[in-house]
Design a protein around this ligand. Structure first.
Ligand SMILES: N[C@@H](CCC(=O)N[C@@H](CS)C(=O)NCC(=O)O)C(=O)O
Length: 206
């Protein structure tokens, strides 16, 4: 059985849990990180030297980095489905997975930490406002891409939808001003109909 280490309110854990849910795999999840602590132990450090969540254990194999875990699970259990076998579709899925980590995360982190994890009086409002503005044009890039396809890598749901899809729920839940982004909105509605998204991603912000 798979073991996933990480608290449910971590977006990076949510990506992995969503993938596990889509694949219908048996799992046990261990609450570590955030208020649960546990990342400083020697045993956890041996599994994940970054001391972050998530970490996956699959038998004697362990893996960290959420997007790498999603790719691993998809390749192992759903080649031709969640893991596209056609090279161009897989590359496009990979592209948007990397884009989420490298391009979307910095501004999303500023807004999420600023509004959800920082007391009102201590917020750096100009910095948060600038990130909110920047996010409009970032999400617009995905909006233009989704104008020509139903999902990130084509007309079927794949691993490429998972990192940006998890972040999309968080973006909407933050309640900040967003651009119209009609294609993102329609795609988000499609994601919201997926039981694994409802179970593992559509959780209250905390
Ligand atoms: N790039 C890593 C980032 C991992 C990361 O920063 N995780 C955060 C939670 S989203 C964490 O472990 N924070 C410390 C904690 O939970 O105590 C990944 O995608 O897995």
């Amino acid at each position: 059985m798979l073991r996933i280490w990480g608290r449910t309110n971590s977006i990076n854990v949510q990506k992995v849990m969503w993938a596990v849910g889509e694949l219908g795999l048996d799992f046990e999840r261990m609450d570590v990180g955030g208020e649960f602590g546990g990342l400083d132990s020697a045993d956890y450090g041996a599994l994940n030297p970054n001391r972050r969540v998530p970490t996956l254990q699959d038998g004697s194999f362990s893996l960290w980095e959420s997007n790498a875990i999603v790719r691993y699970l998809a390749a192992k259990h759903a080649a031709g489905g969640l893991w596209p076998t056609e090279p161009e579709a897989r590359a496009v899925a990979d592209q948007w997975m990397d884009w989420q980590q490298t391009t979307l995360v910095p501004d999303m982190r500023i807004v999420f930490w600023g509004l959800v994890r920082t007391e009102r009086g201590k917020r750096d409002t100009p910095k948060i406002d600038a990130a909110v503005e920047s996010l409009k044009s970032l999400w617009d890039r995905l909006d233009r891409h989704l104008g020509e396809r139903s999902f990130v890598a084509g007309d079927a749901f794949t691993m490429g939808d998972i990192p940006v899809g998890a972040m999309c729920h968080r973006y909407h839940a933050l309640g900040v001003e967003r651009a119209a982004s009609e294609n993102v909105a329609a795609w988000y509605e499609r994601l919201k109909r997926r039981p694994a998204y409802q179970a593992h991603v559509m959780l209250p912000l905390s």
